[in-house]
Design a binder for this molecule. Sequence first.
Ligand code: HEC
Length: 158
Amino acid sequence: MRQVWWSGVAAAAVALVVGFGAVGVVAQDKLAQIQTRRDTMKRQGKDFKAIQDYVKGAGDQAAAEKAIADLESIAPKITSLFPAGTGLDAFPGKTGAKPDIWKEWDKFKAIPPVLAAEEEKLAAAIKGGDKAAIGAQLANAGKNGCGACHTPFREKLS
Ligand code: HEC
């Protein structure tokens, strides 16, 4: 009898340790997802800058074309960068993703397709080479695509 009791305690202890281990792995996983998301966002920022540089005469058209191609490859993946449980309520200071993203998921996931449509127009403008038109469309994409999401759903990290 005594032996059975002890083995039960041991089994419970093992379960506890394994359980905590699993929670640690999940948190690690989510931090990695946050990192990937932030890196991808930064990449979009760099791409935007490359196009802006071209408009200002500091960069060339080939670099702008490469940047818009990269942006167009990212847009369809944006919503997948936001798995549940990766908001700033769970990871304060690590992410600026507001919990409203998951509360208003339908509104949130409607934004990347708008961004993609603006980027399609931007790609056409870049191909045309008219810098005034490119600058105007870059502003549209920034406002209706990036900004439309950042304003309600992103808190800037200091
Ligand atoms: C559907 C929503 C959404 C769209 C569209 C979007 N972003 Fe973001 N962006 C976010 C959120 C949310 C964060 C905060 C992410 C985090 O901290 O985990 C963010 C963060 C960023 C950051 C800061 C990254 C860091 O960690 O320092 C940059 C730069 C950025 N976005 C650029 C862009 C650009 C440029 C575009 C448009 C081409 C864009 N984003 C489109 C939601 C979006």
